[in-house]
Design a protein around this ligand. Structure first.
Ligand code: ZN
Length: 366
């Protein structure tokens, strides 16, 4: 069933925030299974919260229908699902219409054969790829406002550094943007030695900063990482030393740090003529308690016969919002195939994910 679902989902051109038609498609699929569907549209973003039954023990499958733009260079039409040698090509097949199809298919299989004494819910958005204000975070606010409880959530996200199912993402490093500006004398290049060339000092500072070792990691997290993303002087003239230069960094940091301790470290390293601006994104977090992680690990192990690795590899996802209200883990396709031209996932991976999601549903009532 997941192949038909994926074929239909890929055909919707859901570049963020477009997603209304794909959300309606999922809603009508779930309505036929007996779900009560609430379309929670905010701004130009389409969201869905669908729930089967009305029990406190509510297991949620979350995801997104939006995709990144297709870009040039495809061998096939990115919005027509194309099978080739066990691979399924199309924009979103990996991230994450493929895993979403596996989840919907697992839910249908499970409900067609069981009458559960728990609730199953589905939370979908059309703005995950930009993580704006009107997607999952707004839905989470809505759920809080309406006292709607979720006991545990599986985010069917493209997240695995290994094969599908062999990795459970249980949290994420924090993210901080750091912008430096160096200021110095603006002068003719021949006067560089006389007035001092702040660009030379800035280059030395940037190199030292980029090579700073912040820590060696922690129990659930890789070492914190400083990456330079841009250096800008904007000087089109060869005989002038400009008065300002800027550089941009992003730091992915683990739970050895808070925003405050990290920012203080940077402020204390600053040369006198360099100023800094910070933009805080997300603090590092573990999204689920040990019990829920154990539950998911055991459901995966039962299905594929391999104990999955649990970790916090990769970038931010809607787990950032969902973990505010419940236990959330991510189980999905290998992230190496996400966002690429000629995006694909294998049929086998979707089959494995369908079995894992089904196993989670089967074990949830026990
Ligand atoms: Zn995704």
């Amino acid at each position: 069933m997941y192949l038909k679902l994926l074929e239909d989902l890929v055909s919707f051109k859901t570049v963020t925030p477009e997603g209304g038609d794909a959300i309606n498609y999922c809603a009508s699929f779930l309505e036929k299974l007996g779900f009560k569907c609430l379309k929670l549209n905010f701004g130009n973003v389409s969201n869905l919260y669908a729930k089967y039954g009305n029990f406190a023990k509510n297991i949620c499958f979350a995801g997104h229908v939006d995709v990144v733009p297709p870009m040039d260079g495809w061998h096939t039409n990115p919005f027509i699902l194309t099978h080739r040698d066990g691979k399924l090509y199309g924009r979103g097949t990996n991230d994450m219409k493929g895993p979403l199809s596996s989840a919907l298919s697992a839910i249908a299989k499970f409900l067609n054969a069981n009458i559960p004494d728990f609730s199953v819910s589905v939370l979908l958005t059309s703005d995950e790829e930009v993580m704006g204000d009107d997607g999952t975070s707004r839905v989470v606010d809505w759920l809080v406002g309406h006292n709607e409880k979720i006991a545990g959530c599986v985010l069917c996200e493209s997240c695995s550094p290994k094969r599908a199912g062999e990795y459970i993402k249980i949290g994420c490093r924090g993210s901080l943007n750091v912008d430096f500006t160096s200021t110095g004398a603006q002068c003719h290049v021949v006067n560089g030695k006389q007035y001092g060339n702040h660009l030379h000092d800035f280059a030395t500072f940037l190199s030292q900063f980029a090579n700073t070792s912040l820590d060696e990691g922690s129990a659930n997290f890789a070492p914190s990482d400083i990456e330079m993303t841009s250096i800008d002087v904007g000087n089109g003239t060869r005989n002038v030393i400009p008065s300002t230069a800027t550089a941009k960094f992003n730091i992915r940091f683990n739970d050895n740090w808070s925003f405050d301790t990290l920012e203080n470290l940077i402020i204390n390293k600053l040369p006198q003529n360099v100023s800094v601006k910070f933009k805080r994104f997300t603090a590092p977090f573990i999204g689920a308690n040990e019990e829920f992680i154990r539950f998911c690990t055991s459901a995966v192990t039962k299905t594929i016969g391999v104990v999955p690795e649990c970790g916090t590899y990769g970038g931010n996802s809607d787990a950032v919002s969902i973990h505010r209200i419940t236990n959330v883990v991510e189980i999905g396709t290998p992230i190496a195939n996400a966002h690429i031209v000629n995006e694909w996932c294998s049929i086998e991976e979707l089959r494995v994910l369908e079995s894992i999601y089904h196993s989670i549903l089967s074990s949830w009532g026990n």
